[in-house]
Design a protein around this ligand. Structure first.
Ligand SMILES: NC(=O)c1ccc[n+]([C@@H]2O[C@H](COP(=O)([O-])OP(=O)(O)OC[C@H]3O[C@@H](n4cnc5c(N)ncnc54)[C@H](OP(=O)(O)O)[C@@H]3O)[C@@H](O)[C@H]2O)c1
Length: 267
């Protein structure tokens, strides 16, 4: 039987591309979607895809009146937590693409998910090459003690560092703390020239026209270097396959799991 999906943010940049991906998937069916602006219309009329005949609702609670197995949250940080908690109350498993949820949000969501024996899979970046960046960097950090992170993005990205760079720094901090040869607080000259210290890693954020989104970690050893880098283009296509995989596998989880690798067999 097809997995029934309710998608919040289905008319957005990321959500509409995911909706098209669901439409192409025989094992998934979109039963309801959320958008305040287009409530009452068929999703396909709004995003120009006649295969998407489900209705748009103004709120997650209304959309969840249609029974679903998995609720996907792809809206905004300010609405995400209440959508997720509402979905869990309705008995759905939840996939979260929205960035910017706090640790407190995740703690409350985890408690609700565990109580209801439901899975929540949250990934700041559903792109497969981004998750491989995280995993390969974790492996490298087990052996190489010196690294720094560069986060590249377009000039109008307002937040820094990016969610991917933060996630990378957090993951690496669980492997070990990097050891700068000159401690950062002993830098001669402006301390900021060494970047921000995020979960123990130095992170340098570039915001320039001509860039889209890239994250790179550089490991240095005497007379040798390793760089591991993820680049994405202008479209939301890179996030679709990972989100589809998350929808298919989230029901195998209980509680909150962070990162797509929670459902990838990467060893
Ligand atoms: N995890 C990943 O791989 C990944 C990839 C790309 C983006 N993202 C994240 O996903 C989120 C969405 O990004 P985007 O670029 O797609 O944004 P967007 O183009 O602005 O789309 C936002 C969508 O959410 C809906 N929405 C916004 N506020 C809402 C609310 N209060 N209640 C119900 N619906 C609401 C919007 O429709 P209405 O305005 O009509 O309600 C629209 O459909 C962001 O947090 C972004 O950082 C994550």
């Amino acid at each position: 039987m097809a997995v029934r999906v309710c998608l919040a943010g289905a008319t957005g940049w990321a959500g509409s591309e995911l909706a098209r991906g669901i439409a192409r998937s025989e094992d998934l069916t979109l039963v309801a979607a959320v958008s305040r602006t287009h409530a009452g219309r068929a999703l396909g009329d709004v995003v120009g895809d006649p295969r998407l005949d489900c209705r748009l609702y103004a709120t997650a609670a209304e959309a969840l009146s249609q029974s679903c197995d998995v609720f996907v949250e792809y809206t905004r940080p300010e609405s995400a937590a209440s959508h997720i908690l509402t979905a869990l109350e309705h008995g759905a498993h939840v996939v979260v693409g929205t960035s910017g949820l706090t640790a407190d949000d995740f703690a409350a969501i985890d408690a609700a998910a565990v109580t209801r024996r439901r899975g929540v899979l949250a990934a700041g970046n559903f792109s497969l090459t981004a998750v491989l960046l995280l995993k390969c960097a974790e492996l490298a950090a087990r052996i190489l003690p010196h690294w720094e992170i560069i986060d590249y993005a377009h000039d109008d990205k307002v937040d820094a560092p990016s969610g991917t760079a933060r996630e990378l720094a957090e993951r690496l901090s669980k492997v070990r703390q990097p050891t700068p040869t000159v401690p950062i607080d002993q830098t001669m000259g402006p301390r900021e020239s060494r970047g921000a210290t995020v979960s123990g890693s130095q992170v340098h954020s570039l915001r320039l026209p001509g860039f889209v989104i890239s994250a790179e970690v550089l490991f240095g050893m005497p007379d040798q270097r390793l760089s591991i880098r993820h680049d994405s283009g202008n479209s939301a296509v890179p996030y679709v396959d990972g989100a589809l995989l998350a929808i298919r596998r989230v029901s195998t989880l209980v509680g909150v799991h962070r990162g797509l690798d929670a459902v990838l067999d990467l060893g």
